[in-house]
Ligand binder design. Sequence first.
Ligand code: MG
Length: 179
Amino acid sequence: MNYRQKLKNIKALVFDIDGVFSKYMLLDPDGRLLRTMNPKDGLAVRIAVEEGLKVGIITGSQEKSLIKRFAGLGVHDIYLNTRMSKLQHFQQFIEKYSLQPDEVLYMGDDLTDYYVMQAAGFAACPADAASEIKAIAHYISERPAAEGCVRDIIEQVLRVQGKWDNFLKRLKDSNKTDA
Ligand SMILES: [Mg+2]
Protein backbone atom coordinates (compact mmCIF):
# COMPACT_ATOMS: atom_id res chain seq x y z
CA MET A 1 0.00 0.00 0.00
CA ASN A 2 1.21 3.46 -0.85
CA TYR A 3 2.19 5.16 2.42
CA ARG A 4 -0.09 8.12 1.66
CA GLN A 5 -3.10 5.78 1.67
CA LYS A 6 -2.24 4.79 5.23
CA LEU A 7 -2.16 8.45 6.28
CA LYS A 8 -5.86 8.77 5.46
CA ASN A 9 -6.81 6.74 8.57
CA ILE A 10 -4.66 8.71 10.98
CA LYS A 11 -6.56 10.39 13.84
CA ALA A 12 -3.70 11.09 16.21
CA LEU A 13 -0.10 12.22 15.95
CA VAL A 14 2.44 11.45 18.65
CA PHE A 15 5.97 12.83 18.71
CA ASP A 16 9.24 12.46 20.50
CA ILE A 17 10.94 15.83 21.05
CA ASP A 18 14.73 15.60 21.01
CA GLY A 19 16.00 14.51 17.63
CA VAL A 20 12.62 15.36 16.09
CA PHE A 21 11.51 18.89 17.02
CA SER A 22 14.98 19.79 18.28
CA LYS A 23 18.48 18.76 17.38
CA TYR A 24 21.41 20.22 19.30
CA MET A 25 21.03 21.43 22.85
CA LEU A 26 22.81 24.28 24.54
CA LEU A 27 23.85 24.04 28.15
CA ASP A 28 23.58 27.30 30.05
CA PRO A 29 25.96 28.12 32.95
CA ASP A 30 23.35 26.93 35.47
CA GLY A 31 23.11 23.55 33.80
CA ARG A 32 19.80 24.15 32.09
CA LEU A 33 19.33 22.78 28.60
CA LEU A 34 18.18 25.13 25.88
CA ARG A 35 16.69 23.89 22.63
CA THR A 36 16.02 25.54 19.34
CA MET A 37 12.76 24.63 17.65
CA ASN A 38 11.44 25.30 14.21
CA PRO A 39 8.42 27.62 14.04
CA LYS A 40 7.18 25.85 10.90
CA ASP A 41 6.89 22.65 12.91
CA GLY A 42 5.03 24.60 15.59
CA LEU A 43 2.49 26.00 13.16
CA ALA A 44 1.86 22.55 11.71
CA VAL A 45 1.14 21.19 15.20
CA ARG A 46 -1.29 23.99 15.88
CA ILE A 47 -3.11 23.43 12.57
CA ALA A 48 -3.35 19.70 13.27
CA VAL A 49 -4.96 20.39 16.66
CA GLU A 50 -7.37 22.93 15.17
CA GLU A 51 -8.33 20.47 12.44
CA GLY A 52 -9.32 17.91 15.06
CA LEU A 53 -6.36 15.56 15.24
CA LYS A 54 -5.23 14.42 18.67
CA VAL A 55 -1.60 15.32 19.30
CA GLY A 56 0.60 13.86 22.01
CA ILE A 57 4.22 14.20 23.10
CA ILE A 58 6.28 11.40 24.64
CA THR A 59 9.73 12.52 25.71
CA GLY A 60 12.53 11.23 27.88
CA SER A 61 13.18 14.79 28.99
CA GLN A 62 12.03 15.97 32.41
CA GLU A 63 11.88 19.66 31.65
CA LYS A 64 8.60 21.32 32.52
CA SER A 65 9.30 24.16 30.09
CA LEU A 66 8.31 21.70 27.36
CA ILE A 67 4.79 21.54 28.81
CA LYS A 68 4.49 25.28 28.41
CA ARG A 69 5.78 25.28 24.84
CA PHE A 70 3.45 22.51 23.67
CA ALA A 71 0.43 23.66 25.67
CA GLY A 72 0.90 26.95 23.82
CA LEU A 73 0.41 25.01 20.59
CA GLY A 74 -2.75 23.35 21.93
CA VAL A 75 -1.12 20.07 22.98
CA HIS A 76 -2.11 18.91 26.44
CA ASP A 77 -1.03 15.27 26.44
CA ILE A 78 2.64 15.60 27.25
CA TYR A 79 4.40 12.69 28.87
CA LEU A 80 7.78 13.65 30.37
CA ASN A 81 10.53 11.44 31.78
CA THR A 82 9.52 8.41 29.71
CA ARG A 83 12.90 7.32 28.40
CA MET A 84 12.63 3.60 29.20
CA SER A 85 8.86 3.29 29.10
CA LYS A 86 7.61 5.11 26.03
CA LEU A 87 5.38 2.25 24.93
CA GLN A 88 3.40 2.30 28.19
CA HIS A 89 2.75 6.00 27.75
CA PHE A 90 1.79 5.50 24.14
CA GLN A 91 -0.76 2.90 25.23
CA GLN A 92 -2.10 5.25 27.90
CA PHE A 93 -2.59 7.90 25.23
CA ILE A 94 -4.43 5.64 22.80
CA GLU A 95 -6.66 4.26 25.56
CA LYS A 96 -7.51 7.77 26.74
CA TYR A 97 -8.91 8.62 23.31
CA SER A 98 -10.18 5.10 22.45
CA LEU A 99 -7.93 4.95 19.40
CA GLN A 100 -6.86 1.89 17.46
CA PRO A 101 -3.06 1.63 16.99
CA ASP A 102 -3.49 1.92 13.20
CA GLU A 103 -5.09 5.33 13.68
CA VAL A 104 -1.97 6.68 15.33
CA LEU A 105 1.19 8.05 13.73
CA TYR A 106 4.38 8.23 15.75
CA MET A 107 7.54 10.10 14.86
CA GLY A 108 10.71 9.29 16.77
CA ASP A 109 14.43 9.17 16.05
CA ASP A 110 16.32 6.91 18.42
CA LEU A 111 16.44 3.56 20.19
CA THR A 112 14.08 4.53 23.01
CA ASP A 113 11.38 5.07 20.37
CA TYR A 114 11.78 1.60 18.89
CA TYR A 115 8.86 -0.18 20.56
CA VAL A 116 6.47 2.70 20.00
CA MET A 117 7.49 2.78 16.34
CA GLN A 118 6.55 -0.90 16.16
CA ALA A 119 3.22 -0.39 17.94
CA ALA A 120 2.03 2.65 16.01
CA GLY A 121 0.01 2.12 12.84
CA PHE A 122 2.29 4.51 11.05
CA ALA A 123 5.90 5.08 12.07
CA ALA A 124 7.80 8.07 10.70
CA CYS A 125 11.28 9.39 11.40
CA PRO A 126 13.56 12.27 10.42
CA ALA A 127 16.31 11.83 7.82
CA ASP A 128 18.96 11.67 10.55
CA ALA A 129 17.26 9.06 12.76
CA ALA A 130 19.23 6.10 14.12
CA SER A 131 19.63 3.29 11.60
CA GLU A 132 17.54 0.89 13.73
CA ILE A 133 14.67 3.37 13.61
CA LYS A 134 14.98 4.02 9.90
CA ALA A 135 14.86 0.27 9.35
CA ILE A 136 11.34 -0.02 10.80
CA ALA A 137 9.86 3.33 9.66
CA HIS A 138 7.01 3.42 7.15
CA TYR A 139 8.24 6.85 6.13
CA ILE A 140 11.63 8.56 6.41
CA SER A 141 11.35 12.31 5.94
CA GLU A 142 13.89 13.97 3.70
CA ARG A 143 14.15 16.56 6.46
CA PRO A 144 16.39 16.03 9.49
CA ALA A 145 15.56 16.83 13.12
CA ALA A 146 14.54 20.45 13.75
CA GLU A 147 14.62 21.22 10.03
CA GLY A 148 11.00 20.60 9.17
CA CYS A 149 10.53 16.83 9.55
CA VAL A 150 7.51 17.45 11.78
CA ARG A 151 6.05 19.95 9.34
CA ASP A 152 6.64 17.48 6.50
CA ILE A 153 4.72 14.59 8.03
CA ILE A 154 1.89 16.70 9.48
CA GLU A 155 1.41 18.51 6.18
CA GLN A 156 1.17 15.19 4.35
CA VAL A 157 -1.43 13.84 6.79
CA LEU A 158 -3.51 17.01 6.60
CA ARG A 159 -3.27 17.14 2.80
CA VAL A 160 -4.50 13.58 2.22
CA GLN A 161 -7.37 14.26 4.63
CA GLY A 162 -8.37 17.55 2.98
CA LYS A 163 -7.59 19.39 6.20
CA TRP A 164 -4.71 21.44 4.82
CA ASP A 165 -7.16 23.01 2.36
CA ASN A 166 -9.63 23.60 5.21
CA PHE A 167 -6.98 25.55 7.02
CA LEU A 168 -6.05 27.59 3.94
CA LYS A 169 -9.73 28.44 3.51
CA ARG A 170 -10.09 29.46 7.16
CA LEU A 171 -6.99 31.56 6.83
CA LYS A 172 -8.31 33.27 3.73
CA ASP A 173 -11.68 33.95 5.39
CA SER A 174 -10.11 35.42 8.47
CA ASN A 175 -7.98 37.74 6.37
CA LYS A 176 -10.94 39.14 4.47
CA THR A 177 -11.38 42.86 4.64
CA ASP A 178 -14.47 44.87 3.77
CA ALA A 179 -12.56 47.09 1.38
MG1 MG B 1 14.66 11.50 20.39
